[in-house]
Write a protein that binds this ligand. Structure first.
Ligand code: APR
Ligand code: PHB
Length: 389
């Protein structure tokens, strides 16, 4: 088989790139290791920056999002029983969109199908060959049969555990990582959200987040120990602990119910440099991970796709390689800022096992300064709604 861009990974990054390029007449093949249902079974976040929303529009995949999403002009930050709102709209004249990543991915799969795009599921043993040559190719197996795709470029959109990053020699690759000494225990419940905006809560018992998917589907998280497993937490224990960590006015009106999904995610900051090696480009989780506190996971994947998509259409339509030649530099510049913001939000709102009394006072002062200072709130708001591409 021959294509112009072979895309490894059928998550939001790979599908969005494939859809955008197809609309510009550039051929792609997406190789996904799992099935469509398996990919859609993963519960992930759902705060979309304007940049991501605009890319979905350019990809012609915004109809359901526009109909079903929430538009949020702000978010609540609470510390103990004090709380205040960061009013994004007032501070930056920009809002964010709340629309689950699962729905984004579902819409992208439907759009690929509608355009008869090639997405190959259950693609095993994907290997990238000759990425540092002018004629790369990819091999994979399905049902034990070997297949080969010749291509001009390979986009590695296969997440943190994918093959693409591993294809870049260690002599070329530089990795930066920070692991946090706690995780997030998250549940999904068919209950009405406790508030019409997200609540990020820093309590003496640890972090908590109240988020949502729709009028009757809520997503809640509490900071937990990395040695915990979801089975250690009954639904009731979760709800009781969440109530202890959010301001009483919300705890009193919290509607509880059975969890339909419960999982623990470790918190990690990770970046690999460079994000290009010859004809191979890394995008999204394949190149970088952020702790979810800043809601930047999907949005940093989107800015990667923005830079690569524009670089590839410049290459194919204008014969100009400036975009692809500056892809890694441009993408990393924005990613490091998103890493900083996510790291800062994580330090601001979580309890660390080794925090001293002085550290706790610093954290409280940081939050008090944020509460009382418009400039500080503006910095948070600018980062939360998304820095320019
Ligand atoms: N071969 C083919 N497909 C693979 C391989 C492989 N060797 N390894 C992984 N994949 C597939 C996975 O099954 C997954 O569907 O690649 C896809 C990668 O998707 P994501 O992990 O969702 O990564 P990305 O598309 O970059 O989306 C980033 O996901 O984790 C969230 O917070 C993150 O929101 C961000 C978003
Ligand atoms: C979510 O809705 O799952 C969510 C929202 C905001 C975050 C993280 C997760 O910062």
């Amino acid at each position: 088989m021959r294509t112009q861009v072979a895309i490894i990974g059928g998550g939001p990054s790979g599908l969005l790139l494939s859809q955008l390029l197809h609309r510009k007449g550039i051929d792609t093949v997406v190789l996904e290791r799992k099935t469509r249902d398996y990919v859609l079974g993963r519960i992930r976040a759902g705060i979309l920056e304007t940049g991501f929303v605009n890319l979905m529009r350019e990809a012609g995949v915004a109809d359901r999002m526009d109909k079903e999403c929430f538009v949020h002009d702000g978010t609540v930050i609470s510390h103990g029983d004090t709380q205040f709102t960061i009013d994004f709209k007032d501070l930056t004249d920009t809002s964010v969109v709340v629309y689950g990543q699962t729905e984004v991915t579902r819409d992208l799969y439907d759009a690929r199908e509608a355009m008869d795009g090639t997405v190959i599921f259950n693609a095993e043993n994907v290997q990238i060959h000759g990425a540092d040559s002018d004629a790369p190719h990819v091999t994979y197996t399905t049902d034990g049969d070997e297949h080969r795709i010749d291509c001009d470029f390979v986009a590695g959109c296969d997440g943190f555990h994918g093959v693409s990053r591993q294809t870049i020699p260690l002599t070329v690759r530089r990795e930066y990582e920070k692991l946090y000494p706690f995780g997030w225990l998250g549940i999904l419940s068919e209950t009405p959200p406790v508030h019409d905006e997200l609540i990020y809560s820093c309590s003496s018992r640890g972090f908590a987040l109240c988020s949502m998917r729709n009028e009757n589907l809520s997503r809640y998280y509490i900071q937990c120990s990395l040695s915990d497993s979801p089975d250690d937490w009954s639904d009731d224990a979760f709800w009781q602990e969440l109530k202890r960590r959010i301001p009483s006015e919300y705890a009193d009106k919290l509607v509880t119910g059975p969890s339909i999904e419960k999982s623990i995610a470790p918190l990690r900051s990770f970046v690999t440099e460079p994000m290009r090696w010859g004809r191979l480009f890394l995008c999204g989780d394949a190149a970088h991970i952020v702790p979810p506190t800043g809601a930047k996971g999907l949005n940093t994947a989107a800015s990667d796709i923005h830079y690569l998509y524009n670089g590839l259409i410049q290459h194919y339509l204008d014969g100009d390689d400036t975009g692809i030649d500056t892809y890694s530099e441009k993408a990393l510049a924005r990613i490091w800022k998103a890493e900083r913001f996510s790291w800062w939000m994580t330090n601001l709102l979580h309890r660390f096992p080794d925090q001293s009394e002085f550290d706790l006072k610093m954290q409280a002062a940081d939050i008090a300064f944020l509460r009382d200072n418009r400039a500080a709130q503006t910095v948070l708001a600018q980062n939360y709604v998304g820095l320019p591409y």
